[in-house]
Design a protein around this ligand. Structure first.
Ligand code: ADP
Ligand code: ADP
Length: 227
């Protein structure tokens, strides 16, 4: 049984002026442990699909199933999300930003704090635990956001163009870091990008969406080994 099953998912945004069909018809299965790149042009509905998966917004029709019937997913426990911006709370130190999801779901703080130190070290932020977000560069803030997405050891990680705002060199470094995390953890990752190069470089699988309200154009396994 796949970890994620989307079947005929549609989403319409209702605004004061008009209704916007953002996702037209998306059907896709994702197996546990896959690294799926969700690729398509800007505005085709990629962010909307991630938001539906994270249960941030409802879909209008179709079915969304994450986890199995006997072990349904709890989004705040089982999902970690990284957005385009780091979205750190500026009045909290880096360590306390990373700990936030653990606090919210009530994990034991002593263990979580140790885990937060380990995660910050893993993303290259050892020594910055007690700094405030404004003291870090954009890339460092994004790495802290990755640590925050992993603190509660989620089964599924959703990433929405997490490195789009970074320069090319930093983006490349971050991409390699994400691959390392994925290889070391056997987690399932859904990674949104508008770059087919990035999609193929990162993904074990590639879901291609059409321009306009998203429909599935293609879904394939990436066989080329990455360097
Ligand atoms: P992508 O992530 O592929 O760039 P989005 O999912 O952000 O695409 O957006 C898909 C479409 O839905 C776009 O036309 C966008 O303007 C529209 N849209 C996104 N969010 C909202 C919203 N909250 N209200 C109205 N329209 C939205
Ligand atoms: P993305 O396409 O990756 O979501 P955007 O910059 O297009 O990034 O959107 C930023 C935010 O504005 C998102 O939360 C999105 O849902 C919202 N948004 C996008 N398009 C619209 C729209 N037409 N009306 C209202 N909100 C929108």
């Amino acid at each position: 049984e796949p970890l994620i099953r989307l079947d005929g998912v549609q989403k319409i945004y209702h605004t004061r002026e008009r209704d916007i069909l953002a996702v037209s018809d998306v059907t896709m299965d994702v197996e546990e442990g896959e690294f799926v790149s969700l690729v398509g042009p800007s505005g085709c509905g990629k962010s909307t699909i991630l938001k539906i998966l994270a249960d941030l917004i409802p879909s209008d029709s179709g079915t969304v199933q994450i986890g199995s019937a006997d072990a349904p997913f709890d989004p705040s426990r089982d999902i970690g999300m990284v957005f385009q911006q780091a979205l750190l709370l500026k009045w909290r130190r880096i360590i306390d930003n990373v700990l936030l999801p653990a606090e919210i779901i009530g994990l034991p703080m002593k263990e979580s704090r140790e885990r937060a130190y380990d995660l910050l070290s893993m993303v290259g932020l050892k020594g910055f635990e007690d700094r405030y977000p404004y003291e870090l560069s954009g890339g460092m803030q994004q790495r802290a956001a990755i640590a925050r997405a992993l603190i509660h050891d989620p089964k599924l990680i959703l990433m929405d163009e997490p490195f789009g705002a970074l320069d090319a060199l930093t983006r490349e470094k971050m991409n390699l870091e994400i691959l390392r995390i994925w290889e070391a953890s056997n987690k399932t990752i859904l990674f949104v990008t508008h770059s087919i190069q990035e999609a193929v470089f990162l993904g074990s699988h590639c879901a291609v969406l059409t321009a306009g309200p998203a429909r599935m154009a293609d879904y394939f396994k990436v066989d080329v080994p990455y360097p």
